[in-house]
Design a protein around this ligand. Structure first.
Ligand SMILES: *[C@@H]1O[C@H](CO)[C@@H](O)[C@H](O)[C@H]1NC(C)=O
Ligand SMILES: *[C@@H]1O[C@H](CO)[C@@H](O)[C@H](O)[C@H]1NC(C)=O
Length: 462
């Protein structure tokens, strides 16, 4: 545990330096029973944003003996071409034991030409076609981990970009190792109690708006500020981030954008004063959902959401969030929020999923139950180690299939190539956040963002 945790920290530092160089730039209650009757290890303690680097679990089954160097000689090698994410410590290589067998994970680029090297692992945010290891070796799979939206690397949401890869781990349910719920620790997180309505009514009397907006990354593919600015003409929004700001968070620590995406208890207490949170993702992609969606639900606020077009599939029930795109105009949306704001009974229906048995979406329950990685759960592997084992198992299966083919080429064909699809990073072309392209004035640059807030990725959350 000790060493792997340190490794995670070093890995994080490594990632940061890689990014600085590659110029990815500024973008760069214990529960018993419950709906499905399983316990979750998450204990209600402070939940940090889920960096794959945050809580390094071990993919190796506990008790599996580590073998010495000489015993690792014949193992297929998985080479992390993005070395900063290498989830092992110390050293540049480590044997990993997965479901089908063992592999050697390495970040030694000297292994590239080695015939044992079966897979190269890339981190999407860092990937630059011009730095790809060429010529491409026929026996090597390219595996892509990219949990982020196209904000960080738009090339990958184009067919020719994504089809460079054989295996993927992305936010999409269609990817080979899907991470759509990467920001959701579990059902306990969703169910935590909402503050009493009287408390919020009191904040409203003291001058708080019904709606909260907290965003400091303004110039993003989803063009969200253009919509929010229009909505603000029809209903009051308290905006605390750098985008469309009209109020200040109470303390300098909370004002620090580094705090803004965390589960800082003081920040959460403050945000929970609001009945509605504007929750607009930085880009519109199927299954791309972040803390912007889950955090308000945790706090018992109603997200007013625009992001994954398929978000309904993941909601605890069919009446838990307000979808911006269900409304023909910002004015109509404002009218509806105002109606709910004045009608407690209708408002409370949006929080019914917090009641016992209130999470009725079996797809969500099953997805949470069957995923093998955890979100800030030291008892489960994180998805970085999980993906590594997924690739290892895939390569072991491919080796077996190749051997079987070699033994009887007449009867057993070579395994089919496995190639990533556009659906693995399913992000339609961006459109204006409000209005049409024709209506946007020339030289419009949105709300130009000034400052040094981080990107939305593993490296720094936003
Ligand atoms: C929501 O689900 C309930 C129960 O499954 C159903 O009766 C209702 O029609 C659904 N409402 C919508 C808006 O889909
Ligand atoms: C990997 O993908 C490439 C296309 O990008 C394809 O040519 C190659 O056959 C695939 N390799 C395997 C092992 O599936």
């Amino acid at each position: 545990m000790g060493p792997s945790r340190t490794g995670a920290v070093l890995a994080a530092l490594g990632v940061l330096s890689v990014c600085a160089v590659s110029g990815s730039g500024p973008e760069a209650e214990r529960e018993t029973g419950g709906d499905a009757g399983w316990a979750e290890p998450w204990d209600g303690a402070v939940f940090r944003p889920p960096s794959a680097l945050g809580a390094v679990g071990v993919a190796r089954k506990p008790g599996t003996p580590r073998l010495g160097r000489e015993e690792a000689v014949d193992l297929p090698v998985l080479l992390w071409w993005s070395p900063g994410l290498f989830p092992h410590f110390p050293g540049d290589s480590e044997r990993i034991d997965c479901a089908r067998g063992a592999c050697l994970a390495s970040r030694d680029r000297g292994m590239w030409g080695d015939p044992r090297t079966r897979a190269l692992l890339f981190y999407g945010t860092d990937f630059r076609a011009s730095e790809a290891p060429l010529p491409r070796m026929g026996h090597q799979s390219w595996a892509l981990l990219h949990e982020e939206s196209p904000l960080n690397n738009f090339l990958l949401s184009h067919g020719p970009g994504i089809r460079l890869f054989n295996l993927t781990a992305t936010f999409s349910r269609h990817s080979d190792y899907p991470l759509p719920l990467q920001w959701l620790p579990g059902t306990v997180y969703l169910r935590s109690a909402a503050p009493p309505l009287q408390e919020r009514a009191e904040w409203r009397r003291r001058g708080y708006a019904p709606l909260l907006y907290l965003q400091s990354h303004c110039d993003v593919p989803a063009d969200r500020d253009r919509y929010v600015r229009e909505l603000m003409r029809y209903i009051r929004v308290d905006s605390y981030g750098k985008c469309l700001q009209n109020r200040e968070l109470p303390t300098p620590r909370l004002q620090d954008t580094a705090t803004a995406t965390t589960e800082d208890p003081e920040l959460l207490a403050f945000l929970s004063r609001y009945k509605f949170h504007l929750a607009l993702e930085n880009a519109i992609c199927n299954d791309y959902m972040t803390e912007k969606l889950w955090r308000p639900m945790h706090l018992g606020a109603v997200p007013v959401y625009r992001g994954s077009p398929s978000v309904r599939d993941w909601m605890p029930n069919n009446h838990s969030i307000i979808l911006i795109d269900d409304f023909e105009s910002p004015q109509k949306l404002a009218e509806f929020i105002d109606f709910l704001d004045k009608n407690d009974e209708e408002y409370m229906k949006y929080l019914a999923y917090k009641e016992p048995g209130g999470i009725t979406n079996q797809f969500l329950l099953d997805s949470l139950k069957h995923r093998e990685w955890g979100v800030n759960d030291p008892l489960l592997p994180n998805y970085l180690n999980g993906f590594e084992c997924f690739v290892c198992d895939h390569e072991l299966a491919r080796l077996e299939a190749e051997k079987a083919h070699a033994a009887s080429p007449g009867d057993i064909p070579l395994p089919e190539p496995h190639i990533a699809q556009l659906s693995h990073l399913d992000c339609p072309m961006p459109t204006p956040g409000f209005g049409s392209v024709e209506e946007i004035p020339e030289n419009d640059r949105g709300d130009l963002y000034h400052g040094d807030v981080g990107n939305d990725g593993l490296l720094e959350a936003e």
